[in-house]
Design a protein around this ligand. Structure first.
Ligand code: 4AZ
Length: 301
């Protein structure tokens, strides 16, 4: 335990020394030709650390900087930017999100239609105290087995036009590297989605604490109610009336490890209603997709 604490403190001081040295210019919307030199090997070293993290109580407003991997995904092709999905920073250049956010028959945005905001808290305010980054998208990778009819393999990766620098408010989330199921664990989902079914999206980032449940239980609850299945590659979580809802899709469900670091275990995918005690929120289970995620983030194609 002492060793873990020591490691954590060393990592934290790494961050503070990072902010003490001159940093590279951070990419902004429209600065595509800016050259950014980065070290790539620091992702696993620094992931999941939330220096401004507060204790989770669920169903309320986040603290600015509490989820430093949180991404807001905006559509820019019709007038003013409109937030439509969440996502998560997984390294210097990639955002994990849901396939249904970017690939449906009647909703298939091109990279140029999207802007990702990082280090964002209040999407309707320019002075929420954070130095928000607006980053363009270079390429969209949709999971090859994504199937709109079955809502299966609902994940996609956005490659950003520029690499971003990490700092205490901009940290990638860790990905699960084992076969843990996380059943019965407490987890946190975050997003700018509606705060009430059929309601309006939130302008500030919100969070809810939910409990991960066994797939068999979730399967029984949904049995026959939807044309979709609860597969091994799904993960269910609930804590009625707290839940993810519309526009939270693509956003991360995270659990905190004994070492205080946060690992993303799910991507908001679907559910019947929101916060309905009969129907848990359904997520894409990240641990089922590690190889595909690595195959995208580790190539430059
Ligand atoms: C949606 O419409 C949606 N309660 C997302 C999550 C859930 C329901 C709906 C889960 O994007």
């Amino acid at each position: 335990m002492l060793l873990r604490l020591l490691c954590f403190l060393v990592l934290m001081s790494l961050f503070s020394s990072c902010s003490a040295i001159p940093r590279l210019d951070r990419p902004r919307e429209g600065s595509a030709d800016e050259e950014v030199v980065q070290t790539k090997g620091d992702v696993e070293e620094l992931c999941g650390i939330a220096p401004n993290g507060a204790k989770i109580v669920g169903g309320n407003e986040a603290v600015p900087g509490e989820f430093p991997w949180m991404a807001g995904i905006f559509l820019t092709n019709r007038g003013y930017p409109r937030l439509f999905c969440g996502g998560s920073l997984i390294d210097h250049q990639h955002i994990l999100t849901a396939a249904h956010c970017v690939n449906q028959t009647y909703h298939r945005p091109q990279p140029a239609d999207l802007v990702v905001r990082l280090n964002e808290f209040d999407i309707s305010s320019k002075d929420d105290g954070l130095d928000t980054l607006h980053v363009n998208v270079e390429k969209i990778f949709v999971h090859p087995l994504w199937n709109e009819k079955e809502f299966k393999d609902d994940l996609a990766i956005l490659r950003l036009e520029q690499e971003v620098d990490f700092d205490p408010n901009l940290v990638p989330v860790c990905l699960p590297r084992g076969d843990e199921t996380f059943t019965s664990k407490s987890a946190t989902v975050s997003g700018w989605g509606v705060t009430k079914e059929g309601g309006r999206a939130s302008s500030t980032l919100r969070k809810a604490s939910v409990q991960i449940e066994a797939n068999e239980d979730c399967l029984l609850k949904y049995d026959g109610s939807v044309p979709f299945q609860i597969l091994e590659s799904n993960l269910c979580a609930s804590n009625p009336p707290r839940d993810a809802c519309q526009n939270d899709s693509g956003g991360p469900l995270v659990v905190q490890g004994d070492d205080e670091r946060w690992t993303q275990v799910g991507i908001v995918s679907w559910g019947i209603g929101c916060g309905d005690r009969r129907f848990p929120g359904v997520y894409a289970r990240i641990s089922s997709y590690i190889d595909w995620i690595d195959s995208i983030t580790q190539t430059t194609n």
